[in-house]
Design a protein around this ligand. Structure first.
Ligand SMILES: [Zn+2]
Length: 846
C-alpha cells in the first residue's frame, strides 16, 4: 500500500496533467470568471459546456429542452469516469426508490448501497442575478479536473451532479446585451427596462405550480419524470446591503405536509455550507432569515420539497450585474451590523464584486456535493422512506382522495388541470364505473387522486381546500401568493374525500383526447363556457367564414348552450381547419341546422393592442402569454405609439396591472434608466386614448391600471379600497368570490359565481348610472358576505362586500372596462379569463 504522503503527492501530480487536457473557463472566455465588467451570456456558457464535455470523461451534456425564444437548455451530467457509462442504471435506481410500492426495506437498502445520490443544481433562473450562471462554468471545470476541496474521485463516485448552467437562457442574453450597451456610461449596471423572460420576467420562479413556461417544463421533467434527484440547489442573489449570503434553514413555519426528513436534510446542507464558508474565512453568512420562508410552493425549490426532494435556495448579495458595488458600513441594514447566532461573522462593508458572488456560489456548491457524498446511503434510503411514509399516511384517509368530476362548467380546462397535476408528478386514476364516496355520488370517467401516493405532500398541498395559515400572517411568511389552489383558480369543481371508499378505476397513463365527430349541419356551435371555444373561434376568424355570438341561450342537438356561444358557418375551409383545432383544444362542436330566428351578433376579428411600459411588468407579460396561448393576435404598444386616431388600427387596448402614475409618467430623467426608455404615455397618450374610447374603441384596464382611467377620464367610479390601512383591510394574493352577470356580453360564458385572484386589488363603487354621457354597468361584484375563499385576510371584509369587481363605463361610442382583480394571474386563473377575452372581443362601435 502506498504511504499516504506519497499517495497525495501522486494525486496532486495528476491534477496539472488533467488540467492541461481541459480548457478552463478563463482560457475559454479570455478573462477570469466573474471579472469586473465581464459577463458571459448564455451562448458563451453553453459553448463552454459543450467544449468541456468533449474534453472531459467526467462531463457529458444533454439538451433538456428549448427556451421560450428557442435557445437550447443544456444540462451537464458530471460524475466519475467509472459512473459515467452507467448513469442510466443509477437513474433507474433513483426512480425505483422514489416509489416504495413493491419493494421491501431490504431491497431499498440494497438499491441505496448500489445507487448514487443525484444532485440537481440550477443556475441563473433569475437572469439578472448573473453570478450563479458565471459560477457554473467554474464549478464544472473544477469537478472535471479535480480542483476541489475534497477527493473529487470519491465524491463523484458517490454523486451524479446534474448541472443546469443557465435555467433562463433568453434572460441572460437580454441582460448581458443591456449591460454591455451601457457599459462605461452613467447607466452602467442599471436594471433592464423590460422583462428578462419573454413572458414572465422574475415570475419565472413563480411558475412551479402551473409550469406554463417551456423552461419550467424542461427542469420539472428532469425532476419528476427523468432523474428523480434527492437533492436540488438553486442559487439566487438578493439585496446588496445585508448579509453576503443567505443559506437555509428557512424561517418558520413548517408546512405540515412536508416530510420532516426534508427539513432535516435542508438543515444539514445549510449547516455545512455555513461551516465551509466560515472555514474558508468567507464572512457574512446568515440563515433562518425573514424573507426566506418555504411556505408557498410556487418556486422551484419549495415545490420540490413536496416531492420528497431536499431542496435549498441560497441568496448572495447583489452586484450591479458585473459592476462592483461599494457598501459603506453606514449603509448596512441594522441586523447586519452586529454578531448574532444567525449571523456570527458580520461582513464589515466595502467593495463587493461579481467575483465574490462566483466564489460564494462555487464554495456552497462544493459543500453541497460533499454533504451528498458523506451521507450517500442516507440520501437514497431516506428518499425511499419518505415515499413509503407518504403512501402509508394516505391509506387511512383524511384526506383519502380528491375527486374531480369529468363533467364541468369548462371541460377542456378540467383536462388541462389534470394534465398539469400529472406533469407535476401526481398519480391520477379514472373511475370506470359510478361510485359513492363520503356519501356523494360520482360518475364513471371522474378523476380520482388518491392521497396514498409517494408525492402525497404535493397532492394534498395542491388540492386541499383547507390550508392552515400561521395565525400571525405577515407578507414575509407568505413569501408570495397566500392561495395557490389550481382547481379554484381554474374554476374546476372537486371534492375532498375524507374516508376510504371502494371504486373501480384505472390508472391514467395518457389523458385521452375525447373523440370528436364533426356534425354535418350547416352551422356549428361552440360552448362559450369553455375557454377553448374562444381559441377555436378566433382561429376560425382567419377562414373568413361568418362567425356569430348568440345573444341568448340556444338549443343544439339536445343541449342548451348559454348566451355568448359561438356559431360558425360550416364552410369547406372551416371543415378543413377544425379537426386539428378540436384535437388541440379538446372542445366539442355542436350541430345547428339554421340560424333563423336567433338573435346573433357577428364576431369581428379583434384588433388588439397591449400596452407595455419601460418597466418590467410581469402582469403584462402573462397577459401576452395568455393571448399567445389562445391564439389571439395582438400588437405591443409603447408610449410613443399612443397617438393619432387609434381606432384605425385597434378595436381594443389592454392595460395590464400597473401603477397608474408609472403608466402616465414612466421613468424619470434622473432614474437609472437611459433617455431611450424614459417617460410614460403622458398627457398626449391619455388624450389619444380618450379619443379612442370616444370613437368606439374598448380600453381594458386591470386592477391598479384602472385608476389611471378613473382619474384621467373622470370616470364616475371610485375604488372603495383606496387609502385603507392594512389593519383595516388586507387581502393579499388570495382567492375571493365574485358574482357575475353572465347575460351581459362581458360576462358571457362565466358561471354565476366564480373565484377571483385578489392582490390588495380594487373594488369599485360606481356613482349613479346614466350621469352625463357615461353609463356604468356592473358585470361582476364581490358578494355580500363570505368574500374570502382561500388565502389570508386581516381586518374586516366590510369595505369590499357588495362592491363592483368588473365595470363597463360607456364613453360616447366606446367604453372602458375596469377589472378590479387579476383575471389572468400568472396564466393560472383560467376561471376568470373569459372576462378579459369577452372585453377584447367586443366590437368597435361606429
Ligand atoms: Zn432570484
Amino acid at each position: 500500500m502506498m504511504n499516504p504522503a506519497r499517495l497525495i503527492a501522486a494525486l496532486v501530480s495528476l491534477v496539472p496533467i488533467l488540467a492541461q487536457a481541459q480548457t478552463s473557463p478563463q482560457a475559454f472566455l479570455g478573462h477570469q470568471v466573474g471579472a469586473d465588467r465581464k459577463v458571459a451570456d448564455s451562448r458563451q456558457i453553453n459553448a463552454y459546456f459543450t467544449k468541456l464535455a468533449a474534453e472531459s470523461e467526467r462531463v457529458s451534456v444533454v439538451e433538456i429542452g428549448k427556451s421560450t425564444l428557442g435557445e437550447p437548455m443544456l444540462m451537464a451530467v458530471v460524475t466519475s469516469e467509472k459512473n459515467m457509462p452507467h448513469v442510466d442504471r443509477y437513474r433507474a435506481i433513483a426512480k425505483r426508490l422514489s416509489d416504495p410500492r413493491g419493494i421491501s426495506a431490504d431491497e431499498a437498502r440494497k438499491l441505496s448501497e448500489e445507487g448514487k445520490v443525484i444532485v440537481l443544481i440550477t443556475h441563473g433562473l433569475h437572469a439578472s442575478e448573473v453570478g450563479s450562471s458565471q459560477a457554473s462554468m467554474e464549478t464544472a471545470y473544477k469537478l472535471a479536473v479535480g480542483d476541489t476541496p475534497f477527493d473529487s474521485a470519491k465524491v463523484l463516485d458517490d454523486v451524479i451532479v446534474l448541472l443546469v448552467p443557465i435555467a433562463n437562457p433568453d434572460g441572460l442574453i437580454k441582460v448581458a446585451d443591456w449591460y454591455k450597451k451601457y457599459l462605461g456610461t452613467k447607466y452602467e449596471g442599471g436594471d433592464i427596462p423590460w422583462l428578462y423572460h419573454h413572458y414572465a420576467g422574475h415570475d419565472n420562479n413563480r411558475d412551479g405550480i402551473m409550469h406554463n413556461l417551456s423552461e419550467t417544463r424542461s427542469i420539472n421533467k428532469v425532476l419528476w419524470h427523468d432523474w428523480f434527484p434527492q437533492i436540488l440547489s438553486d442559487p439566487h442573489q438578493m439585496g446588496a446591503t445585508g448579509a453576503r449570503i443567505f443559506v437555509p434553514p428557512y424561517m418558520e413555519p413548517a408546512d405540515p405536509n412536508v416530510h420532516p426528513l426534508v427539513y432535516r436534510g435542508i438543515g444539514l446542507i445549510g449547516s455545512r455550507m455555513t461551516f465551509d464558508l466560515q472555514s474558508a474565512g468567507m464572512k457574512g453568512a446568515v440563515h433562518d432569515q425573514i424573507f426566506a420562508s418555504a411556505w408557498w410552493k410556487g418556486t422551484l425549490t419549495c415545490g420540490a420539497t413536496v416531492r420528497n426532494t431536499t431542496a435549498v435556495f441560497t441568496e448572495i448579495a447583489w452586484t450591479n450585474i458585473a459592476s462592483p458595488v461599494h457598501v459603506d458600513p453606514a449603509e448596512l441594514q441594522d441586523f447586519y451590523t452586529r454578531k448574532s447566532l444567525r449571523y456570527p461573522d458580520p461582513w464589515p462593508g466595502g467593495w463587493w464584486r461579481l467575483r465574490d458572488v462566483v466564489d460564494y456560489t462555487v464554495k456552497t456548491s462544493m459543500s453541497l456535493l460533499q454533504t451528498a457524498s458523506v451521507q450517500k446511503f442516507d440520501w437514497l434510503y431516506n428518499y425511499y422512506q419518505m415515499g413509503r411514509d407518504a403512501v402509508e399516511k394516505g391509506l387511512p384517509g383524511d384526506p383519502y382522495a380528491f375527486v374531480i368530476p369529468a363533467a364541468q362548467h369548462d371541460n377542456p380546462t378540467t383536462l388541462k388541470l389534470i394534465e398539469v397535476l400529472k406533469f407535476g408528478g401526481a398519480e391520477i386514476h379514472q373511475a370506470t364505473t359510478p361510485f359513492v364516496a363520503d356519501g356523494k355520488a360520482f360518475a364513471a370517467g371522474d378523476f380520482i387522486i388518491f392521497s396514498a401516493q409517494p408525492y402525497r405532500p404535493y397532492v394534498v398541498n395542491a388540492l386541499s381546500r383547507e390550508r392552515r395559515y400561521p395565525d400571525d400572517v405577515v407578507p414575509g411568511v407568505l413569501r408570495d401568493d397566500a392561495s395557490w389552489s389550481l382547481p379554484l383558480q381554474m374554476g374546476v369543481q372537486y371534492s375532498e374525500i375524507k374516508n376510504p371508499f371502494k371504486a373501480e378505476f384505472r390508472k391514467l397513463d395518457e389523458i385521452a383526447v375525447p373523440s370528436v365527430s364533426l356534425p354535418s349541419t350547416p352551422y356549428l356551435v361552440f360552448d362559450t363556457r369553455a375557454n377553448a371555444s374562444y381559441a377555436v373561434a378566433v382561429a376560425l376568424l382567419k377562414t373568413k367564414s361568418a362567425i356569430y355570438r348568440s345573444s341568448g341561450a340556444l338549443q343544439v342537438s339536445g343541449a342548451t348552450l348559454p348566451a355568448g356561444s359561438f356559431i360558425v358557418e360550416s364552410t369547406d375551409q372551416v371543415k378543413q381547419a377544425l379537426p386539428a383545432l378540436l384535437d388541440k383544444w379538446r372542445v366539442e362542436a355542436y350541430g345547428l341546422d339554421n340560424i333563423k330566428n336567433l338573435d346573433l351578433q357577428p364576431l369581428a376579428k379583434p384588433r388588439i393592442g397591449v400596452y407595455q411600459s419601460f418597466r418590467p411588468n410581469m402582469d403584462e407579460g402573462w397577459a401576452r402569454y395568455v393571448l399567445d396561448d389562445l391564439g389571439f393576435e395582438f400588437t405591443t404598444l409603447r408610449n410613443a405609439d399612443l397617438k393619432g386616431d387609434l381606432t384605425q388600427s385597434f378595436s381594443a387596448i389592454l392595460f395590464a396591472n400597473e401603477a397608474a402614475d408609472r403608466i402616465k409618467s414612466g421613468n424619470s430623467a434622473d432614474s437609472e434608466y437611459p433617455p431611450e426608455v424614459q417617460g410614460g404615455i403622458g398627457a398626449s397618450g391619455v388624450a389619444a386614448l380618450k379619443a379612442f374610447a370616444a370613437k368606439g374603441g374598448t380600453i381594458v384596464a386591470i386592477d391598479n391600471a384602472a385608476m389611471l382611467f378613473v382619474r384621467e377620464f373622470g370616470l364616475p367610479v371610485r375604488n372603495a379600497l383606496e387609502g385603507l390601512k392594512q389593519e383595516e383591510f388586507w387581502i393579499p394574493s388570495s382567492l375571493v368570490r365574485i358574482e357575475v352577470d353572465n347575460t351581459q356580453p362581458l360576462g358571457f360564458g362565466m358561471p354565476d359565481e366564480a373565484t377571483a385572484m385578489f392582490i390588495q386589488s380594487a373594488a369599485f363603487s360606481p356613482q349613479v348610472p346614466g350621469a352625463g354621457n357615461s353609463l356604468t354597468r356592473i358585470v361582476a361584484r364581490y358578494p355580500r358576505d363570505r368574500v374570502l375563499v382561500q388565502g389570508a385576510m386581516k381586518g374586516s371584509e366590510q369595505p369590499i362586500v357588495g362592491r363592483a369587481a368588473v365595470v363597463e363605463v360607456k364613453q360616447q361610442q366606446g367604453r372602458v372596462v375596469l377589472i378590479g382583480f387579476r383575471e389572468h394571474h400568472r396564466a393560472q386563473t383560467y376561471g376568470t379569463y373569459k372576462l378579459l377575452l369577452n372585453a377584447l372581443l367586443l366590437p368597435a362601435q361606429k
